[in-house]
Design a protein around this ligand. Structure first.
Ligand SMILES: NC(=O)C1=CN([C@@H]2O[C@H](COP(=O)(O)OP(=O)(O)OC[C@H]3O[C@@H](n4cnc5c(N)ncnc54)[C@H](OP(=O)(O)O)[C@@H]3O)[C@@H](O)[C@H]2O)C=CC1
Ligand SMILES: O=C(O)C1=N[C@H](C(=O)O)C[C@H](O)C1
Length: 242
């Protein structure tokens, strides 16, 4: 039985993950939240799951490395410097970071990459996401993950092609860009649509999350899979065999 510790355990996702740990027949090893010391749960844990805040990431990675524990990072709103920290930690421990742990989004990213590779630059790509009113970051980690997939399909860098929100006299749409739009409201668990828009035809791929259970289940599956792996940075497609 895997002993799984949760960082951000009292949050919406932390509570869903605690439930998913029980449903998977694994053991909840304890949780920490803001102001608590992650090392207080590392001794009792075989693996950590972090769904907290970007501000906590560096300390969480340090604690995981000090204890030699694998860690699943689901926290979004990460910046480039956070990814450098993750790359550095992955030299010492197994790390899996993803903006979305669900099976559906993992497959969606594959389909988006394929579509972007096959459709030319005359197909404009726009990514629209909708989330509950409590979400603090935009675009969502999933939207960025899908944008990365589209950029990979086109063999370009997302950083050089992303347009994150429009306001005012923006000018015409620049060819080859990948646009993002974020809606916030209600209790929406997470909806994402990637639109491919050409002259006279449109193709859209959507994923609608009906509850957080799908993310929690995927996070636990990733934690189970990560245990016993060599140090390195792993991905959800590897976990799910996609
Ligand atoms: N990858 C995926 O599949 C998914 C990712 N997410 C992401 O997971 C994260 C959490 O989402 P959600 O549960 O909705 O958010 P919540 O705000 O409900 O939960 C976050 C939790 O983390 C705690 N926390 C904040 N700062 C720290 C810290 N420094 N150390 C330890 N704990 C801390 C919070 O405590 P306090 O309230 O005291 O601040 C809270 O308990 C977000 O980044 C979200 O985007 C969400 C769903 C799926
Ligand atoms: O904050 C959320 O709720 C979610 N966050 C993730 C994201 O930023 O993509 C995943 C999911 O959409 C829910």
């Amino acid at each position: 039985m895997a002993r799984i510790g949760i960082i951000g355990s009292q949050g919406r996702m932390g509570q869903a993950i605690a439930a998913a740990i029980g449903e998977a027949g694994e053991q909840f090893a304890g949780g920490v939240d803001k102001g608590e010391d992650v090392s207080s749960i590392t001794q009792a844990a075989d693996v950590l799951i972090d769904f907290s805040s970007p501000a906590a990431l560096e300390g969480n990675l340090d604690a995981a490395m000090a204890a030699g524990l694998p860690i699943v990072i689901g926290t979004t709103g990460l910046e480039e410097r956070h990814h450098w920290l993750i790359d550095a930690a992955a030299q010492a421990i197994p790390v899996l970071q993803t903006g979305n742990t669900s099976l559906g989004v993992t497959l969606l990213a594959h389909l988006v990459r394929e579509a972007a590779a096959r459709l030319g630059d005359d197909w404009d790509i726009e990514i629209v996401e909708t989330h509950h009113r409590m979400k603090v970051d935009a675009p969502s980690g999933t939207a960025l993950l899908l944008g990365e997939a589209a950029a990979k399909g086109r063999e370009v860098s997302l950083a050089d092609h992303a347009v994150r929100g429009r306001d005012g006299i923006t000018g015409r749409r620049e060819a080859g860009t990948i646009g993002f739009a974020a809606l916030r409201g209600g209790s929406v668990a997470g909806d994402h649509t990637v639109h491919f828009l050409a002259d006279n035809e449109r193709l859209s791929f959507s994923h609608l999350a009906e509850n957080r259970g799908i993310f929690a289940k995927g996070a636990v599956r990733a934690a189970q899979w990560l245990m016993g792996k060599q140090p390195g940075r792993y991905t959800m497609p590897e976990v799910l065999g996609l």
